[in-house]
Design a protein around this ligand. Structure first.
Ligand SMILES: [Mg+2]
Length: 297
């Protein structure tokens, strides 16, 4: 029966490399050549069966792709280039080696699109459910990273695409906005803050506001609504509610002093008073409460 070493052997044979990788996975540690003028950005993200995917519904390859794409989306949120990733998989006992290979191929497929090599990892089996943890290394490559906390009063608030209803399927199939983020950050738009929309516009906007010590208003009629959000109105919640709160859109939310950032959609503005508000069609204001995804313990 094939075991861990057969899987490791197979993974080594699949590895793609990049200019940064001096020694690929297979030794005790991999070795990367890091350009001396590059900032190193690091992060880690975990996906869990029953929380971020459903292993009885989603194929292993799609699960692997999503796990990697969430990390790549964090690179987009900082406007950095994905460089390398480390993958840790907790595999339920009874899943065979072919299942583990499919997970790996999904991770690799997503990474290869961005020249992001998998340079290490670990696979263990246990009595629990499937869990994947990926650590990502990103590099600035000539573009200053865009953190969450730099928004200024009077900045305009933008999103990069339509929102809501991702549960219909997009939460598994989204494309990380790395190229667009880099285009935005190196343009003349002087981005002051940015985040990727994983937890929902209402919750992620709070992250920008809290980090910047400011508030924001959002124009209800300007929020771009995805057709999936319209489809999901059958659950009794309006499409706008889905767009504001669903999450896992993986579009970018950012701020700029420029009123005309052409690749994005203007939805509101940053203000000095704390709190987040929705401005309705009749110009009345209602509090925009964060109702997006939050892990509870
Ligand atoms: Mg993020």
């Amino acid at each position: 029966m094939p075991g861990e070493f057969d899987l490791i052997h197979w993974i080594r044979a699949q590895q793609t490399t990049s200019d940064l990788v001096k020694l690929a996975a297979g030794d005790d540690l991999a070795i990367l050549k890091w350009p001396s003028n590059d900032l190193l950005l690091v992060g880690c993200d975990q996906v869990l069966d029953g929380v971020h995917f459903d292993s009885t519904v989603h194929p292993a390859r799609a699960i692997g792709r999503k796990a990697m794409n969430r990390n790549l989306s964090d690179c987009a949120a900082m406007a950095c280039l994905p460089a390398a990733a480390l993958v840790s998989v907790a595999l339920p006992k009874g899943r065979d080696i072919e299942y583990a290979k499919e997970l790996y191929l999904g991770i690799k497929e997503a990474g290869d699109k961005f020249d992001c090599a998998i340079v290490g990892g670990e696979t263990g089996t246990w009595d629990g459910k499937l869990a994947l943890t990926i650590s990502i290394l990103g590099r600035s490559d000539g573009i200053a990273p865009v953190p969450r906390g730099g928004a200024k009063p009077g900045n305009f608030l933008y999103v990069t695409g339509p929102l809501g209803g991702s549960l219909l399927g997009r939460h598994m199939t989204f494309e990380p906005r790395v190229a667009l983020a880099r285009q935005l950050a190196k343009g003349n738009w002087r981005l002051t803050s940015m985040i990727d929309l994983s937890d929902g516009l209402s919750r992620d906007l709070r992250q920008i506001c809290n980090a910047s010590g400011l508030g924001a208003w959002v124009n209800a009629t300007a929020v771009p609504i995805h057709e999936d959000a319209i489809e999901m109105r059958r659950d009794g919640r309006a499409p706008l509610e889905h767009a504001l709160h669903d999450g896992e859109d993986y579009e970018l939310l950012f701020t700029s002093p420029d009123p005309d950032v052409t690749p994005a959609i203007l939805i509101g503005a940053i203000v000095s008073d704390p709190g987040t508000w929705l401005v309705m069609k009749d110009r009345s204001r209602v509090p925009l409460e964060p109702k997006g995804w939050e892990h509870t313990f």
